[in-house]
Design a protein around this ligand. Structure first.
Ligand SMILES: Cc1cc2nc3c(=O)[nH]c(=O)nc-3n(C[C@H](O)[C@H](O)[C@H](O)COP(=O)(O)OP(=O)(O)OC[C@H]3O[C@@H](n4cnc5c(N)ncnc54)[C@H](O)[C@@H]3O)c2cc1C
Length: 388
């Protein structure tokens, strides 16, 4: 069977690309190996899908060239996607700092994309394994359900994260098979594991969540961190994981809204025990793990100024060198991907292989936590859909 466009991947970017291409009267086939479409959309945002962010710019992305995303984001941005939701009568709300979530649940976006595709004549071929992709004049896709050809091929296969939701490395393999560069891949938006030594000290804190300032390689976020039985997680840690590289250190400010040194100095005449003073800010278990008991049982009036400086440094600059990130099973995204230098930022088409397009997470554009990854999927998928 021959089509104008074949899209591999019935996820966020593939579906929006399909509906845009079909709106332009292209014949479109979407192929996916999973049983249903939009598996990641379904679980995203804890089932409520943080589908975009109203405050968006290239600075919210990590890439070899963050400016690559500028054109697609400006041509199909948050208001274009909310316009689509409005036309389908789907309700959403702003949760915090520009993050938009669905009021009812992720299934609504999946149904909307399905409807957009089916009314414009997109054909869906699910549970279909891909054996081979070549270009011989037309693109030829060999699958376990037959052979299909097209003049444009869109690779919208996402990254390596969450294999249980359909992720495979096929998009990177296709790019390489056509002689295109793929940058280094790494799990992103992912919890960290402690080194053995820290694991002994801090694993008992599992479940404790505190607001903190987290920095790594010039990036800084003030968000919650969560102690787990393996290491650290929570939004602040997921964010900083995008900026961490192997062997790197993370600096954690456990009291981002208070100067501990000034506070302790102002109480320096007090009989209050240090442990009690610090426990007013966070759980006693955490205090016990951070400080020696002889120190925490001292009254504040007995603390020397060097004690105060030491305590303050521990609270404001707790340095952790993680063993590494948890794997792709726990990573919301894959950092890295098809090198942006290989693609046109306007059309998402390969510069080397005319007719070959990429969209979504498979490209070396990774968004911060907060709806940026789905918005990139919508924007890049739409951009490709306009030119296939
Ligand atoms: C748990 C979780 C929560 C998330 N929450 C959010 C959130 O709230 N907000 C946000 O912005 N982002 C979130 N993300 C990230 C976001 O879901 C992805 O970045 C986005 O879905 C990427 O879209 P995509 O179209 O590039 O890829 P995907 O949506 O992953 O789609 C890729 C498609 O390709 C198919 N495919 C892969 N390999 C093959 C193959 N070999 N053969 C055939 N088909 C194949 C897959 O089955 C899949 O359907 C979350 C991710 C996870 C894992």
């Amino acid at each position: 069977m021959q089509y104008d466009v074949i899209i591999i991947g019935a996820g966020a970017s593939g579906l929006i690309c399909a509906s845009e291409a079909a709106r332009r009267k292209r014949s479109v086939l979407v192929v996916d190996h999973m049983k249903s479409i939009g598996s990641k959309i379904r679980v995203s945002g804890g089932g409520r899908c943080n589908f975009t962010n109203l405050i968006i710019s290239p600075e919210n992305y990590i890439s070899g060239n963050v400016d690559f995303c500028r054109s697609a984001l400006s041509r199909f941005g948050p208001s274009d996607f909310t316009g689509l939701l409005d036309r389908h009568g789907i309700q959403y709300r702003e949760k915090s700092a520009g993050q938009l979530f669905l009021t009812k649940g992720s299934e609504e976006i999946i149904n909307m994309l399905h409807k957009e595709c089916s009314t414009s004549g997109v054909e869906l071929l699910l549970q279909t394994g891909i054996r081979n992709v070549i270009k011989d004049g037309l693109f030829e896709l060999s699958t376990d359900k037959g052979r299909f050809t097209s003049s444009s091929l869109v690779v919208a296969t996402g990254g390596l994260s969450y294999p249980a939701l359909g992720a495979t490395g096929i998009g990177y393999r296709i790019a390489k098979s056509f002689g295109m560069e793929v940058t280094e891949l790494q799990p992103g938006l992912v919890p960290f594991e402690f080194q053995e030594r820290d694991l002994k000290t801090f694993s008992t804190l599992s479940g404790i969540s505190v607001r903190a300032g987290i920095s790594c390689n010039k990036a800084r976020f003030t968000e919650n961190i969560l102690f787990t039985h393996r290491g650290l997680s929570g939004p602040g840690i997921l964010q900083i994981s995008l900026y961490w590289s192997k062997g790197g250190r993370i600096s954690i400010d456990l009291l981002p809204d208070l100067d501990a040194s000034n506070y302790l100095t102002s109480k320096s005449g007090s009989n209050m025990i240090l442990g009690n003073a610090i426990s007013s800010f966070f759980p006693r278990r955490l205090v016990r793990s951070l400080f020696d008991e002889t120190l925490t049982s001292k009254p504040l009036k007995e603390l020397s100024s060097s004690d105060i400086q030491g305590i303050s440094a521990r609270l404001h600059k707790w340095v952790v060198t993680p063993r590494g990130p948890e794997g792709y099973n726990k990573a919301e995204v894959t950092r890295g991907g098809v090198d942006t230098r290989e693609l046109s930022s306007k059309t998402m088409e390969s510069k080397k292989v005319p007719g070959l397009f990429f969209a979504g997470e498979v490209i070396d554009i990774t968004g911060q936590l907060g709806g940026y990854n789905l918005q990139w999927a919508w924007s890049s998928g739409h951009a490709a859909g306009q030119y296939v």
